[in-house]
Design a protein around this ligand. Sequence first.
Ligand SMILES: Cc1cc2nc3c(=O)[nH]c(=O)nc-3n(C[C@H](O)[C@H](O)[C@H](O)COP(=O)(O)O)c2cc1C
Length: 189
Amino acid sequence: MKILLAITGASGVIYGVKLLKKLNEIEDLTVDLVISESGKELIELELEIDHKELSKHAHITFEPDDLRAPPSSGSSLYDYMLIVPCSISTLSKIATGSADNLITRAASVMLKERRGLLMVPRETPLSTIHLENMARLSSEGCIILPASPAFYGKPKDIEELVDFIVGKTLDSIGIDNDIYTRWTEDVIR
Ligand SMILES: Cc1cc2nc3c(=O)[nH]c(=O)nc-3n(C[C@H](O)[C@H](O)[C@H](O)COP(=O)(O)O)c2cc1C
């Protein structure tokens, strides 16, 4: 499986970073990475790490302004593009067909080629414009997976909340995982 992971400038970049590390551990899976300029700032602000450190967990890291990079073309054959977290700005641009950087262009390619596109938006509350853009993307087959972790697994810390979203993202693209607590008999009792 070949995956393109984009991290954009919404709060919760930890979701994207944990997902990147998890994907990189999976055999027979290639993960390429692109981080928007705002995403880079948020990584430094929220995680206090240099975004450049993340390249070691990816096969190739592309710059967001590099529209000549392979993800700009449908011939690059990614199975899935995951945008985690996805800013409302990026989500709205994709919903309206804008392709002004590598992330929006690659997403536009995934839609036209009818390949897998998943976004984890993080914003609250949501305006009607946001909701309409999400509905539009959903009707095009895009999976909208809001960053809203469940609490039935009684998470003990932030890591476990993050794992819930990472696990649900992996579930959505058919990757077996046991990184979050599922609703089972053990949890109920
Ligand atoms: C500290 C900080 C937190 C932000 N949090 C969010 C957020 O949670 N959701 C969102 O949609 N935008 C958020 N933004 C705004 C985006 O970063 C901004 O719209 C940016 O243009 C997005 O660019 P990108 O989509 O290319 O990453 C935040 C900005 C800052 C500085």
